[in-house]
Design a protein around this ligand. Structure first.
Ligand SMILES: NC(=O)c1ccc[n+]([C@@H]2O[C@H](COP(=O)([O-])OP(=O)(O)OC[C@H]3O[C@@H](n4cnc5c(N)ncnc54)[C@H](O)[C@@H]3O)[C@@H](O)[C@H]2O)c1
Length: 370
């Protein structure tokens, strides 16, 4: 396909950041470049941003002055992971990832989970097809609103507060997003996770708004579940669940459990969406910087491939996104996987196998790499 035929170009900011972030983002870019070359109907232009804990240690800032203004120019952001052993986690998280999520009102955090073909769930009774969930996480307020403070530092009576914020506006928009997400899925089934028995203010408002919004989606079947009971249901009855909506903290924890139940945290994707599309949305694997395996070439790149596929859907390239996931699942189906999934393959083996599979799929469709 000649470059002249490319009709659409999407501009993507790359922020690989720390630990295994650069390893998995480089794998993701390799697969995306193969995909666009084979597909020929659209292209991606990448701009690399060296914002990381290294930058923070050298300059005192994760994001340089005017950095968010630069990011605004892109159609999407592909993010690796942030966190370094010698920087406190709350500094790295708020300095980079949350500064982007909150600055760009990416209030909907979407975390799909499934058991890939060829892989095994730690659950005895769950196989490929039995666990297929989407977790919608409120991403702008709740327990991670950043409200609180510390007094009397260093004294025995030192006190810290962490205030969870629940606004009608914030709950309403995430509930609508969750009901719409459930409505688009075949089962049209939503579970609203809560803790309104113990948290009698914010979570009671959460439940009331859910009840009100639900009336506008009569075709979506929904139920309500306390977060502690939800962990049991995820383990004991995974087939009864489809779409889940939960607060910032609850969904953060449930989605790591979901990823582990699907086989590994290394396969799980996240989209931080601004559904109004005023700002670019940010796409990242769920996992962190994984110091224990950094530099070994064994990080699972599948979470980043799935993340990149979700980014393509957001950019309007649904067909290419589906082909990308077909290629990934064909590779896992052949048993080629990294050690977190019980395999022996290295990051690069999986990446090259997915690229080869893409070439194969497109050549069957009569499209080449040239
Ligand atoms: N979105 C983010 O940037 C993000 C998310 C979570 C944690 N963090 C940060 O990352 C650092 C480490 O955090 P953690 O250890 O709690 O979580 P982690 O996700 O980095 O690692 C947890 C475990 O999962 C394994 N793992 C993670 N991703 C993997 C992959 N792709 N392939 C194979 N194995 C994988 C790791 O080796 C480790 O044993 C901390 O600084 C933390 O704050 C960042």
């Amino acid at each position: 396909m000649s470059p002249m035929a490319v009709s659409r170009t999407h501009s993507v900011a790359l922020i690989p950041a720390d630990g295994i972030g650069p390893e998995v983002i480089s794998a993701g870019v390799q697969v995306l470049e193969t995909l666009t070359k084979c597909d020929g109907s659209f292209s991606l232009s990448f701009k690399h941003y060296d914002w990381s804990s290294g930058t923070y240690k050298a300059t005192g800032k994760y994001i340089p002055d005017g950095g968010l203004e630069q990011l605004k120019k892109h159609d999407a952001i592909l993010f690796g992971a942030v966190g370094a052993p010698d920087v406190p986690d709350h500094i790295s998280l708020w300095g980079l990832r949350l500064a982007i999520c909150q600055g760009f009102q990416q209030y909907a955090n979407v975390r799909p989970t499934k058991i890939f073909r060829g892989t095994e769930s730690p659950l005895r009774k769950a196989e490929h097809g039995d666990l297929d969930w989407v977790i919608v996480r409120e991403n702008s307020e709740g327990e991670y609103a950043g409200q609180g403070g510390r007094s009397h530092r260093g004294h025995p009576w030192e006190t810290a507060t962490e205030v969870a914020i629940f606004s009608r506006h914030g709950i309403d928009r995430i509930m609508r997003f969750a009901f719409e997400t459930a409505q688009k899925r075949p089962r049209k089934l939503l579970t609203v996770v809560t803790k309104s028995n113990a948290q009698r203010n914010g979570m009671v408002l959460w439940d009331e708004v859910a009840q009100e919004v639900a009336k506008e989606y009569p075709d979506v079947k929904w139920d309500k579940m306390l977060v502690d009971a939800m962990t049991c249901r995820m383990v004991l009855d995974p087939k009864s669940i489809d779409t889940i909506v939960a607060s910032n903290l609850h969904a953060d924890i449930l989605s790591d459990l979901a990823a582990a139940l699907a086989g590994s945290i290394g396969i799980a994707p996240t989209s931080n969406l601004d559904p109004s599309r005023q700002y670019p949305s940010m796409f990242e694997p769920i996992h962190g910087s994984a110091f224990d395996i950094t530099g070994q070439g064994v990080a699972n790149p599948v979470g980043t491939f799935w993340t990149a596929s979700e980014m393509l859907i957001w950019l309007g390239e649904e067909e290419a996104a589906k082909i990308m996931m077909d290629a990934v699942e064909t590779v896992t189906g052949r048993g080629l996987m990294t050690r977190d999934l019980g395999g022996k393959a290295r990051t690069q083996d999986v990446t090259e196998a997915v690229c080869e599979e893409l070439v194969e799929i497109y050549s069957k469709k009569g499209k080449g790499t040239g």
